[in-house]
Design a protein around this ligand. Structure first.
Ligand SMILES: Cc1ncc(COP(=O)(O)O)c(C=O)c1O
Length: 391
């Protein structure tokens, strides 16, 4: 069973419990002051980089406004995210269109709105950018390793082989675009810092090739997101990531040749700001002698906990009875819908107090990232996950 003080000091925790007293569950409580503190920490550790918040992690206006004020830039995945950021009064120069998969009309729309920085990883997309976003800066995303050590890998869907990326950069120049940078993402909740080392060595090969074989100077490296939030298993502090990545970069580039570095944190920046408050709907066993209890909560995979799919992200689960319970037992944790996929943890062996009862509150810690935006709109009639912002 988890200890709350491994995640919060008492006064921080009281802010969440106080807010949860008056809210109907399920509901995520997001403490904006924690995002502020985390942003400052990231900005200090990654002082050698420009931060582009991967807003898909929590695309709320409250978060955008806060981060904009702190000086963040924004990595957007769609024209809808772009519009949201622009509507907050943020200049297009602070926005990157980071999705390699987009319609020609969306490229055109973004360009008309003033966006000038685009990701790509394919010929067809590059041609669209050349046609509808003339003179734009492009960065090419490469395929990298890291899936084995990331809890939420980004697999082969994005990026291309470095040799193909070189072709795209060369072609970009021929098409009148600026071949500006190279990007990668080593997988989200990446536990192995060395994954960046591996990716950066591919980037270095590309930098050299572009310079010496093609006569093109690449100016930017986008090292993606991937830095972890604090879930159940221990991870290195963010400072270790920042320092190690800096060391890898310094090994490859002397100070005067250091390219612009972009970092796109999502999970690491907002994950720790949220606590999802839920209630136990039902506790049952599957047979008279079954040792395992099934605990059904009013939140599940379709209500915001989709990242428990395959038991990938293991949220710390807390109930106040943990403070006094003398006995605990293994549970399966499942959601409230009539879909058998809606089981969060069956294999992981979560332990909850034996005296847990229907109606008790269950708190899902570190749920500030990838919860609200993933929540379904009407599955089984359940409304989208509510969010309350506190400061
Ligand atoms: C292009 C891009 N950048 C950054 C991120 C954020 O990654 P993370 O939440 O692991 O920091 C993602 C996540 O999907 C992404 O697709």
């Amino acid at each position: 069973m988890i200890k709350i003080d491994s995640y919060f000091d008492q006064s921080q925790w009281q802010k969440f419990t106080k807010a949860s007293e008056t809210t109907q569950t399920p509901c995520v409580i997001v403490d904006l002051s924690r995002i502020k503190a985390k942003y400052k920490e990231l900005a200090a550790f990654f002082s050698y980089a420009n931060i582009y918040y991967a807003m898909k992690a929590c695309p709320a206006v409250e978060v955008i406004d806060l981060l904009a004020e702190l000086g963040s830039n924004f990595d957007c995945a769609s024209i809808y995210e772009i519009d949201k950021v622009l509507d907050c009064g943020i200049a297009p120069a602070r926005i990157s269109y980071g999705n390699t998969i987009k319609k020609a009309e969306d490229v055109k729309y973004a360009y008309e709105k003033g966006i000038r920085l685009f990701a790509t990883d394919s010929k067809a997309d590059l041609k669209n950018i050349a046609k509808y976003a003339p003179n734009a800066k492009i960065f090419v995303r490469i395929l990298v390793q890291g899936a084995d050590t990331a809890d939420w890998p980004l697999s082969r869907k994005f990026g291309c082989h470095p040799d193909m990326a070189i072709d795209l950069l060369v072609q970009a120049k021929q098409l009148g675009l600026e071949p500006y940078g190279i990007s990668f993402h080593v997988g989200s909740q990446q536990k192995d810092v060395a994954a960046w080392d591996d990716a950066l060595s591919k980037v270095k090969y590309m930098f050299d090739w572009m310079k010496y074989e093609e006569g093109i100077k690449i100016k930017m490296i986008n090292i993606g997101g991937g830095m972890p939030a604090n879930y159940l298993s221990e991870v290195n502090p963010i400072g270790v990531y920042a320092e190690e990545i800096h060391r890898y970069l310094q090994e490859d580039y002397p100070d005067e040749e250091m390219p612009q570095i972009i970092v796109e944190p999502g999970r690491a920046l907002v994950g720790g700001s949220g606590v999802l408050v839920s209630e136990v709907v039902l506790i049952s066993r599957k047979s008279r002698t079954d040792l395992t209890r099934w605990v059904y909560t009013d939140v599940g995979l379709f209500g915001g906990l989709i990242e428990t799919l395959g038991e990938a992200i293991k949220y710390p689960v807390y109930t106040p009875k943990m403070e006094t319970a003398t006995e605990s037992g293994t549970v399966v944790l499942a959601g409230p819908t009539c879909d058998s996929t809606d089981v969060m943890y069956e294999e992981a062996g979560y332990q909850l107090p034996q005296n847990l009862a229907i109606g008790d509150k269950v708190y899902w810690l570190t749920t500030g990232a990838y919860t609200t935006s993933y929540s379904s709109v009407d599955f089984n009639g359940f409304p989208p996950l509510k969010t309350i912002y506190i400061d």
